[in-house]
Ligand binder design. Structure first.
Ligand SMILES: [Zn+2]
Length: 137
């Protein structure tokens, strides 16, 4: 199945036009933002709006068909952050330098799985923060 344009538009609006994982605003991403299947289609995830969220190509590219990540502190495997059902600020915070810090084991596991602190991504977030183009941490 494919996701209709109307559904895509609703998902983009619900996500506030930014990546549900790293929070980069869509207007500052050179490539087209993607509709993420929170539960991947390869694992039975459907095209229902409840399973969809907005993602930047980098986060979605690293996420692929993963549903779990490894928390580097506890060594536990945990389900990835669900940007539709969970509150970003509860699981993550963003430092002034653009680094995303995990507040919870699930947040840390998601940061690792999605490589959210990849150096160029951190530099872009830092510059967006300094320019006032990214909501402040
Ligand atoms: Zn992202």
């Amino acid at each position: 199945m494919t996701v209709s344009e109307a559904t895509r538009a609703r998902v983009r609006a619900a996500a506030g036009e930014r990546c549900g994982y790293c929070r980069v605003p869509a207007r500052h991403v050179y490539a087209q933002m993607q509709i993420d299947h929170i539960l991947p289609q390869s694992k039975g995830g459907r095209d229902d709006e409840s399973n969809l969220w907005l993602s930047c190509p980098r986060c979605n590219g690293f996420k692929r068909d993963q549903t779990q990540g490894l928390d580097p502190v506890t060594g536990r495997r945990l389900r990835l952050f669900n940007p539709r059902r969970q509150v970003w600020e509860r699981h993550f915070r963003m430092n002034d330098d653009g680094t995303i810090i995990g507040r919870t084991a699930r947040g840390r596991a998601t940061i690792e799985a999605l490589h959210m602190n990849y150096t160029p991504s951190v530099m872009i977030r830092r510059n967006l923060l300094r320019a006032g183009w990214q909501p402040s941490p």
